[in-house]
Design a protein around this ligand. Structure first.
Ligand code: NAD
Length: 465
């Protein structure tokens, strides 16, 4: 398998591991900075023809890609489940979202995008132009789904792309590029470069022929990308970390809130930027909530990602497991924990901490693993204060039967996507992205297209010649 999907020369090998067995799943060529240059050159060459594709033709091709991915859904889901260590049912949902995302943005090339603006002496109007070559840098937690959030609007807007998936999970992106080409996507429109962030990612960010970087990953790397991109004034969108709060008021359906809480923080083994890893509970409902949460956490089925009924898999790597374990040192205030299988695999038991000191690292930092803190609050104002007491602002949930309060709190909490009496804040058709140090720019929904195009104003004089 070639790293660029096009036979570009690559030098070293990359062993891709399966986190549930710790064994090598595949060995692929490891791309380097030179391969990025080759991929960018191919994307530059492919851009004019792709930009000039008739709208209906581009839309039709995106639908073809969606259908081709749908045909391969099971194989892609198994590959994703094995490589990322996620339950197969989750992986099926994510590949389904890839299909849905391509179908959604296939609607865009044929929709109107400009405005006419009254001016003196002629006619002014705007059109949206693609940016050119866009660099996409993605993380390992939802590998192909997050890539599709970027690929589909970027392609729909007429850009060509170089996608750099996370080194730990490049396999579905490489397979996707083959599927897209077989579906009729012209050579050079999508180029995948599987290599390290420090070389390949960095080269993409500094490359003078790359017009924009769409990045999803840690806040730390996002900060360095924003700084580096400034030297070429690249456009940048950043989807970064989170420390989201699930706020449970005493008047809520406590059974429903407690039943949903494990999925909201232990889904994808907690390696989810939207994880509601701080569970804020109104003091008067705390005991009842904990009584209900404990059996729900203990009942979580943690194990082989490919086995029927598995709800949580291993962490992505030994390094990630060590990092997560650092948040639960000896003597940590463990309220209760779930189970993990014996034997190989980067397992970590779902863990609930309570009571936790407000300055505990587990309260302040993104853990990106199956560790939740439960924190009591006094009243609505205190809940909002605690929810906002973080550098992050990505997601969150509010559980209450009081509709007016739900709306007040939703407006007061500083995050980009919230849900009320639900933990679902990510949909293909609605915008998603962060406030504060969770990043800037929006993916999904109608807004994503704005981030992959620039507005051009044209004035046509109706006077004189
Ligand atoms: P990461 O920041 O380590 O890596 C993300 C990507 O950036 C990878 O492809 C990596 O190779 C690349 N990279 C690393 N260093 C680079 C550099 N100097 N220049 C250019 N590229 C570089 O993140 P991760 O560990 O893969 O993912 C976990 C993080 O992603 C968490 O913080 C999580 O919250 C965040 N995340 C955010 C969202 C969101 O939508 N907001 C979604 C998923 C994950």
């Amino acid at each position: 398998m070639s790293s660029t999907g096009d036979g570009a020369a690559v030098s070293e090998e990359l062993n891709v591991l399966e986190p549930s067995t710790e064994r090598v799943l595949d060995t692929i060529p490891r791309a380097n900075a030179g391969d990025v240059d080759v991929a960018v050159a191919r994307a530059v060459a492919a851009f004019p023809a792709w930009r000039d594709f008739a709208p209906a033709r581009r839309a039709g091709l995106m639908r073809e890609i969606a259908t081709a991915v749908e045909r391969e859904l099971e194989d892609l889901a198994v590959l994703e489940a094995r490589n990322a260590g996620k339950p197969l049912a989750d992986a099926r949902g994510e590949i389904g979202m890839v299909v849905e995302t391509f179908r959604y943005y296939a609607g865009s090339p044929e929709r109107p995008h400009g405005e006419t603006i009254p001016v003196a002496g002629g006619q002014a109007f705007t059109v949206r132009e693609p940016l050119g070559v866009v660099g996409l840098i993605t993380p390992w937690n939802f590998p192909l789904a997050i890539a599709a959030w970027k690929l589909a609007p970027a392609l729909a807007a007429g850009n060509t792309v170089v996608l750099k998936p996370a080194q730990l999970t490049p396999l579905t992106a490489l397979r996707f590029s083959e599927i897209a080409r077989e579906a009729g996507l012209p050579d050079g429109v999508v180029n995948v470069v599987a290599g390290p962030g420090g070389t390949c990612g960095r080269r993409l960010v500094e490359h003078p022929d790359v017009a924009k970087i769409a990045f999803t990953g840690s806040t730390e790397v996002g900060r360095s990308i924003a700084a580096e991109a400034a030297s070429t004034l690249k456009r940048v969108t950043l989807e970064l970390g989170g420390k989201s709060a699930g706020i449970v008021f005493a008047d809520a359906d406590i059974e429903a809130a407690a039943a949903a809480a494990p999925g909201a923080v232990f889904g994808n083994a907690g390696q989810d930027c939207c994880a509601r890893s701080r569970i804020l509970v109104e003091q008067s409902a705390l005991d009842r909530f904990m009584d209900l949460l404990e059996p729900a956490v203990k009942a979580l089925r943690v194990g082989d990602p490919l086995a029927d009924g598995t709800q949580m898999g291993p962490l992505i790597s030994a390094g990630q497991r060590d990092a997560v374990a650092g948040f639960v040192p000896a003597g940590a205030p463990i309220a209760f924990r779930g189970n993990v299988p014996d034997g190989p695999g980067y397992w970590f038991a779902p863990t609930v901490l309570c009571p936790v000191a407000p300055d505990d690292r587990a309260v302040r930092e993104e853990i990106f693993g199956p560790v939740a803190v439960v924190i009591p609050f006094r009243d609505e104002a205190h809940a909002v204060e605690l929810a906002n007491d973080t550098i992050y602002g990505l997601s969150g949930s509010i559980w209450t039967r009081d509709g007016a309060r739900a709306l007040r709190v939703a407006r007061a909490v500083q995050t980009g996507a919230l849900s009320i009496n639900s933990n679902n804040s990510v949909r293909v058709s609605t915008p998603f992205g962060g406030f504060k140090q969770s990043g800037y720019g929006r993916e999904l929904g109608p807004h994503a297209l704005d981030a992959y195009s620039d507005v051009k104003t044209i004035f046509y004089s109706t006077e004189g010649a």
